[in-house]
Write a new protein. Structure first.
Length: 456
């Protein structure tokens, strides 16, 4: 407890600080996990000296505004500018969408030859495809979904073109994570979710990061489009306002891709959990099992869940790890990033041991390190990648995600490579980035199928 000195008859401030501890390490030392502050008003005495000091401090603050007022002013200004930027890019009556696909792209997504695609499209009654420059056919995501259903109905092997889960196949939950920002975690989550949906899987993307970058990429600005109790927090909270998971899931502009958006409200779970643990009663769902329990409410609707985790080891991340069947750790191949990952792995290992002792289930099928923002011509990066492969072998993904101006420039308008128009870049720049992204996601798709016992 931190208590201000007694200085007069006006209410002073007493701050109560509660820290929650978890056992840490082999010596069972205690690890502080979270702090909660609250303010209590009291009525102490104020002396003449105290009044003079208060007046002096007030005069200084008016001349030199404190940190709180500076941060508040900057937050307000930045929020207004970001909203204006979003309105400029996407007017209030506009809807975020996805670009159309060329015949070769559509054929690859469907897994058929381009000539066969033309034949199938011609044989489908009332199937009208838009035409692009030069009269070339261009396929929308709805066109691709309709073609996929038509192909699957006529296929001898059921499920070839609609690769949904079969009886006995477990929902695949992929937690995308890293302890350090800037590793491409959210970009990876967004492209993986979209790729899998375009390949015919039923996908749920969960934005568990309070910064809500994944939500913004899917056209949901956290300040404008995500209200109170509309994030995953609404489904995992501890009080009577908890909602069913289906109530916080929303559709996107891609068929079979749904989203649970995020915003700063998710931080409430970090604050609520220590209190809930102190008041825990028999039968309560512990914090590490709450994300898994929420996903279980809608698991029949999906084949894959992709969770964009926050870049820190808190209660949200531990709960996502418990829910996950697979873990994808993004790594930027530089020394500082690898050192940070070392700390992340050490802390994660210790904390997972502790929650396992409390009953957490280990459901993991695979874990992989994804090299991101990789520059093939950078010698030190190549050395770092070789170093990681020598230690972790098959746990390092074969395909890295290349650093590309196509990805960074698309991010300026909250778009992915599947959304931004190819003509905005030089052809080689865009094609190289898209090929790298597709190779990474195809490798993950193979891991998903192997987890189900299917042929790659």
């Amino acid at each position: 407890m931190v208590d201000d000195a007694t200085v007069g008859s006006e209410p002073a401030t007493k701050v109560l600080l509660t820290l929650f501890f978890l056992p840490y390490g082999g010596n069972r030392a205690l690890l502080p996990v979270c702090g909660i502050g609250r303010v209590v008003r009291e009525k102490p005495q104020i002396t003449r000296t105290g009044n003079i000091m208060a007046e002096t401090a007030e005069a200084k603050n008016s001349q030199n505004p404190g940190l709180r007022s500076v941060i508040a002013r900057h937050a307000s200004s930045l929020s207004a500018q970001l909203q204006a930027h979003h309105t400029n890019i996407f007017p209030p009556n506009a809807r975020k969408g996805i670009r159309t696909f060329s015949p070769s792209e559509a054929a690859k997504l469907l897994g058929v030859a381009e000539g066969y695609l033309r034949t199938v499209a011609s044989d489908m009654p009332d199937f009208n495809v838009a035409q692009g420059a030069g009269g070339r056919r261009m396929y929308s995501v709805d066109d691709i979904a309709a073609l996929r259903r038509h192909l699957d109905q006529g296929s001898r092997s059921n499920g070839r073109y609609l690769p949904h889960r079969r009886d006995g196949e477990e929902l695949q939950v992929i937690a995308v994570m890293n302890f350090k920002g800037g590793s491409g975690k959210t970009t990876t989550s967004a492209h993986l979710s979209q790729y899998l949906a375009l390949r015919g899987f039923r996908v749920l993307a969960i934005d568990l990061d309070p910064q809500a970058s994944l939500s913004a990429l899917f056209g949901n600005q956290p300040e404008l489009h995500v209200g109170e109790n509309e994030t995953l927090y609404g489904a995992i909270r501890y009080d009577d306002e908890q909602r069913h998971m289906s109530e916080v899931v929303r559709a996107t502009y891609i068929p079979d891709l749904h989203l649970v958006p995020g915003n700063l409200e998710l931080m409430e779970f970090e604050h609520d959990t220590p209190r809930a643990l102190l008041k825990r009663q028999s039968g309560d769902t512990l914090f590490f099992a709450r994300v898994q329990a929420a996903i279980a409410q809608v698991e029949e609707n999906y084949d894959v869940v992709v969770i964009d985790c926050p870049p820190q080891l808190g209660f949200l991340t531990l709960s996502a790890l418990t829910a996950a069947t697979s873990v994808l750790i993004t790594v930027h191949p530089q020394m500082l990033d690898v050192m940070s990952m070392n700390q992340f792995l050490s802390m994660t290992s210790d904390l997972l041991d502790e929650i396992a002792a409390s009953g957490a289930e280990d459901r993991h099928k695979w874990m992989r390190y994804l090299i991101t923002r990789f520059e093939p011509t950078d010698g030190p990066q190549n050395q770092m990648v070789a170093f990681l492969r020598s230690m972790f072998a098959e746990n390092v993904m074969i395909n890295p995600m290349l650093k590309s101006t196509a990805i960074s420039d698309a991010g300026l308008t909250n778009q992915t490579l599947f959304e931004v128009e190819r003509g905005q870049f030089t052809r080689t720049t865009y094609d190289r980035a898209l090929e790298a992204m597709n190779n990474v996601n195809a490798e993950i798709e193979t891991l998903i199928k192997k987890a189900w016992g299917r042929a790659a």
